[in-house]
Every structure is written in C-alpha cells, then in structure tokens.
Design a protein around this ligand. Structure first.
Ligand SMILES: [Zn+2]
Length: 323
C-alpha cells in the first residue's frame, strides 16, 4: 500500500495532568517486592539520561486517540454500520477480520476499510499515524494515593486498600506523525485532540474516579513533501499549502477510493513560517511554532472531516477513471 510518500505532517504537543492524577499502569505489580506499590506508573530508561523515568507509552496514546476518533465517528453518524467505523473488540465486524482470508490487492483493502482503520490501520494494513513515547520534560511530581474496590451489592470494601502511584504534575512531550493523509483525517484528529486537551478523553487508569484528564498545548507543526526538488508542484506552492493526498495523481489512485477533497489544498499561515527544506535535498518542508498558527491550520481541516461525514454511503464510490 502506498509505496511512495506524498505528504507528511508532524505535530509536537505537550500533555499535562489537568487537575487530576494520572496513572498509566506498569505491568509490574508489587508481588513480594516491598519497595513497590500495588499499582505503579510505567517506567523505562529515559533516552537522554538513561535513568528510569515515568513515561506515556506511544501505544497507550495511540489507543486513546483511536478510540476517541471512533467515538466521534459513531456519534456524528449514529446508526451507520461497521463499514463506516468498525469496533476492534467485535471480532466479526472488525475490518482486520473481514480481510482475514482476502487476497485482494492492498488498494482494495484500503478502499474497503472504515474511517478509523484507514487512519490507524488494522491487522492487514499499516497505520498512517504514529505516536512517540512521551517523556517528561522535567522531573514530574509523583504522589501516592489509596484506593479500595467496593462490593456492588453490599457496598462494603471488597478489596483493598491498595496504593497507587500517580503523577500529579509533569509535562510530557508527544510527537504525532501522519503520512499519506487526506485532509479529513487531519480534521478528525484535530477534533479528537481537542477532546483530549479539554479533559473529555481521560487516559490511563481510574477514568471513573476522574483520573487521567489532560491539558494539551501545541508546540510545533511541520508539513513536508518528500521527493520534491521544488516547492512548486502542479500549480501549488508546497511551502504555503497543505495538500490532501487527493492532490497527487499517482498510478492506481482510483483503486484506493479516496474521499474527494474539495478543495484539495488549504492555505498555510505565512506568518511564522520557517522553511526547513527548500527542495535541495529532494524534500520540501515548513515549520511553525506559533500556537495560534498551528491551531488555525489544524482547525481549517475540520471542514473536510464534516464533508467526509456527509458522504453517503461509505466507502465512497471510486473515481470514474476506475473501470
Ligand atoms: Zn475498521
């Protein structure tokens, strides 16, 4: 699938616990080790210092973002079947399951996948989104909390007390990258990141206790077009426009059944634009660190997500050139 790279978007943002403790559980329980609590925050060697550090695993963040995107998709289009948005926990309706014994070419698999799988992938198709592990920028504040499990019938303590290790203050830096994307996908991720940053998508353990609500701050946006020796392409200025995959006319494109993008490019802010790559090395890239510029750019793609929602049926009809 997509043997070439057409467009690439990299978004760097900070996540902080917002008026709520955060616990991403480590698989290690205390067992016989008296120095460990009952539930510990996940740790790994910090890539810079080599010291053990708490962190937010990229896989946890990706999972939270995916389930948020799925919830948004089902909410804006209730009653739609699993072809619009499948449920990875329901084996029979999951796109990955549908393609289990299917030898169809990868373009067909992309075409037949739901909006979540087109973005986050499934067992037979790679993801277009990648999230890095997020490490704290400075030493986070760790605290200990106690919890009990309540018996639902008697209302008495059923288990516990057990102690939890939580982060109450800390800034974790995340890098999200999106490759070979359509603007509707940026729009959907923008909506999901807004939900996350307003605390409506808690992450980690104890969501019902109010744990895991986060605040989000955008730090950097980079838009890149690999394989380009010039910023001018097909009437577009690659340093000034965010191009949908639909703007690239590659062989077999019609087979993928892309969502028609109207328009197929959006203007990027001129203010604060730093040209990172001018094409000399076969790549054109621009970068913004101004928060307003980043938010404006991301918000401008939400209209493409709205247009995608109004498409019916899903998947979209393939382009006429496909026979
Ligand atoms: Zn799916």
């Amino acid at each position: 699938m997509f043997k070439r790279l057409f467009n690439e978007l990299t978004l760097i943002f900070d996540l902080e616990p917002h008026e709520a403790p955060l616990l991403i559980k480590s698989g290690r329980e205390s067992g016989a080790d008296p120095t460990l609590l009952d539930m510990n925050f996940v740790r790994t060697a910090h890539p810079r210092t080599g010291e053990p550090a708490v962190f937010l695993p990229g896989s946890s963040l990706k999972g939270a973002l995916r389930s948020c995107c799925e919830k948004i998709a089902r909410t804006v289009k209730p009653g739609e079947d699993s072809h619009w948005c499948c449920n990875p926990f329901q084996k029979d309706s999951f796109c990955g399951k549908r393609f289990d014994e299917d030898e169809r070419p990868s373009a067909d698999r992309y075409w037949g996948s739901c909006i979540a799988c087109r973005t986050f992938g499934h067992t037979h198709m790679g993801s277009h989104v990648a999230l890095s592990d997020a490490y704290p920028l400075a030493e986070p504040r760790l605290e200990q909390r106690d919890g009990v499990a309540i018996d639902r019938i008697s209302g008495a303590v059923a288990a516990g007390p057990f102690n939890l290790e939580v982060v109450t203050r800390g800034t974790f830096r995340v890098t999200l990258s999106l490759r070979n994307f359509q603007l509707w996908q940026v729009g959907l991720l923008t909506v999901a990141l807004r939900e996350l940053g307003q605390g409506r998508v808690p992450i980690g353990f104890g969501k019902s206790k109010g744990f895991g609500r986060m605040a989000l701050t955008y730090r950097e946006l980079e838009v890149a077009y690999p394989g380009r020796f010039s910023a001018h392409f097909d009437g577009h200025d690659l340093n000034a426009e965010l191009l949908d995959l639909f703007a690239f006319n590659f062989p077999g494109r019609a087979d993928y059944g892309l969502v028609p993008a109207e328009p197929n490019a959006l203007p990027l802010p001129a203010v604060g634009c730093q040209v990172v790559d001018d094409g000399t090395f076969g790549r054109v890239a621009s970068r913004w660190t101004d928060r307003t510029a980043i938010e404006e750019t991301l918000n401008s793609t939400v209209g493409h997500w709205r247009a995608c929602v109004s498409l019916s049926p899903w998947p979209p009809a393939r382009e006429a050139s496909h026979v």
